[in-house]
Structure formats: structure tokens, C-alpha cells
Design a protein around this ligand. Structure first.
Ligand SMILES: *[C@@H]1O[C@H](CO)[C@@H](O)[C@H](O)[C@H]1NC(C)=O
Length: 294
């Protein structure tokens, strides 16, 4: 075999492998690759101080447990209330140097777009965007002041890559996060501050319990049943930590074929739109459980 055909063969195999990973993998291709060639969480977070918001349940809890396996990592957890956050902030920034902030707190939504009250949008943005923004600004200023860099990991969603049925305000809030944090990355790239945007698809977590509806003050209050097709929180936590530990800029974490659809949404919007409509009209469309008209 001459060099040209050898090169051609290798290229073909590589392309086919990438396509197979896109079709059947449970993360984007780069994250899948880093599971094998990258730094594993046990090593990446040794001696690191990590602060997780929303760490008392769901993906946040699973991340905390996965991190607890790396013996010397110091983990700071914080939950919903603002006073709590501020207390943890002062404790965290006061004595230790924080290395990684994982902003995981957030609430989902199940609501028909036309019926959604503006007050719901505002409330949802207050929590999913502004409170997160506020905390991350404080931490970025701290990173800049100390001058030895740091890392911000943002729990976004696949809903930041495509519009999602009955989750209009939620999807909007996740899109907003990408705008904010891609801009931050642009501004601070010489300051050794890394931003990792994590986009999970459907995961087994209690996120529907507190999910917004179309009416202010109302919650969905539902659980997923074990028969649903969702990723486990543990797997999502592991893949998220691969992305954070290897300082990837963005990662998509979802069961197939959602990853493939996300590639189409990002790179082939026309094809994505046609395929989504085809799938929908054939009754195959993925619909989140609990997506009743509210
Ligand atoms: C930041 O964005 C500007 C456009 O606003 C672009 O010209 C510049 O190259 C970007 N810098 C980095 C580091 O991405």
C-alpha cells in the first residue's frame, strides 16, 4: 500500500469512528475522547478546592460524591438560599483559594409557550441566570485579584443548543448563559480563567419536583419513573468532571440520539429542522415526561 492510500484509509476510519461516536455515544466526540486520553477526575481534582452550588440533590449531589473519591479535594457545597451562598462565599474565599466553582443550581420548566406569564420568565431568569451571574462575577473578581487563575463550570443544558418543547423560558435562560460566559471567556483568556459550559440532556434528577409551570408560584411536583429514557446522574457527573478536569470549553452529555441531534442543531440547522419535523410527525418525537399543557 502506498502512502496516499494508507493516509486515505486512516482518514476514512477516523471519520467513520467519529460518526459512530456521534450516533451512539453519550457525549460529544471530544468529551468521549477525553474519557480515554484525558486526565481522570481522581487526578484532576487532587488538592483542589471546589465549590458546588445546588449540591444537595441531583447532578450536584452526584458530582460531590464523585469528587469525594479524590481524597484530597476540598468540596464546599451550598444550597438554595442567598444568605447561605454569601456565608459559604466568605468562608471559601477567605481562607482557601478557590480553584473551581461549579454552578449547578437551577430550576427547570414545563409550560406551554403562549400561556406562560411574564412573571414566570422573570422569576426563572432571576434564579437560573442572574443569581448565577452575580456569584460568578464575585468569584471572577476574586480570581483576578489573587491572580493565579481559576475555573468556572456552568451547568447549562442541551436546551441551550435547541429550542425545547414546553420549556421556552428555561431554554431561553440557558441560551443566555452561553452568551454571558462565552463573552467572559473572550475577555479573560489571558488571565488563566477557564469556563466550562456543561450541557446535559435528560438526566434522572429531582429537577421536575421544583420545575416552573406557566403560572407564578406553581411547581410541577413530579418525579421521573425508572422506566424513562434518561441518563443516570452518576454518569452525567462523571462526564461533567471529565470536561471540567480537562478544561474543555463546552460539553454535551446525553443519551443517543440526542447528541447526534445536537450536532445537527449546531452545524446543520436546516437538516435538524427537517429531521425534527419528520420525527415529530411520525410520533417518534422525544417528549419529556410531565409535559402536560399547563
Ligand atoms: C473576542 O471577541 C472579539 C470580537 O468581539 C474577537 O475579535 C477576538 O478575537 C476574541 N478574542 C478571543 C480571545 O476569543
Amino acid at each position: 500500500m502506498d502512502w496516499v492510500s494508507l493516509f486515505g484509509t486512516i482518514l476514512c476510519i477516523l471519520c467513520i469512528s467519529v460518526f459512530i461516536v456521534m450516533c451512539i455515544g453519550d457525549s460529544d466526540v471530544l468529551t468521549a475522547l477525553y474519557c480515554y486520553i484525558g486526565i481522570q477526575p481522581v487526578h484532576a481534582f487532587r488538592d483542589k478546592v471546589i465549590w458546588i452550588t445546588g449540591g444537595s440533590s441531583g447532578i450536584g449531589e452526584a458530582i460531590a460524591k464523585e469528587l469525594a473519591k479524590c481524597n484530597s479535594a476540598k468540596i464546599v457545597l451550598s444550597a438554595r438560599r442567598k444568605e447561605e451562598l454569601l456565608r459559604v462565599k466568605s468562608e471559601c474565599l477567605g481562607k482557601n483559594n478557590l480553584d473551581v466553582l461549579i454552578s449547578n443550581a437551577g430550576r427547570s420548566q414545563r409550560a406551554a409557550w403562549p400561556q406562560t406569564e411574564l412573571a414566570v420568565d422573570k422569576d426563572l431568569f432571576e434564579l437560573n441566570v442572574f443569581s448565577l451571574l452575580n456569584l460568578n462575577r464575585i468569584v471572577v473578581r476574586h480570581f483576578l485579584e489573587v491572580g493565579r487563575g481559576g475555573q468556572l463550570a456552568i451547568m447549562s443544558s442541551i436546551a441551550a443548543k435547541m429550542g425545547v418543547y414546553h420549556s421556552g423560558s428555561y431554554s431561553g435562560s440557558k441560551f443566555a448563559l452561553h452568551g454571558y460566559f462565552n463573552s467572559l471567556r473572550n475577555e479573560t483568556y489571558t488571565d488563566n480563567i477557564d469556563v466550562t459550559l456543561i450541557c446535559p440532556g435528560p438526566v434522572f434528577s429531582p429537577i421536575l419536583r421544583n420545575a416552573f409551570t406557566s403560572k407564578l408560584g406553581q411547581v410541577v411536583d413530579q418525579e421521573y419513573t425508572s422506566g424513562d429514557r434518561r441518563m443516570t446522574a452518576d454518569r452525567c457527573a462523571y462526564l461533567s468532571l471529565i470536561a471540567i478536569g480537562n478544561r474543555l470549553e463546552e460539553t454535551w452529555v446525553a443519551l443517543s440520539p440526542i447528541v447526534l441531534f445536537t450536532y445537527l442543531a449546531a452545524y446543520q440547522p436546516y437538516l435538524f429542522s427537517k429531521l425534527s419535523r419528520f420525527v415529530h410527525s411520525n410520533g417518534l418525537y422525544f417528549r419529556a415526561r410531565g409535559a402536560k399543557d399547563r
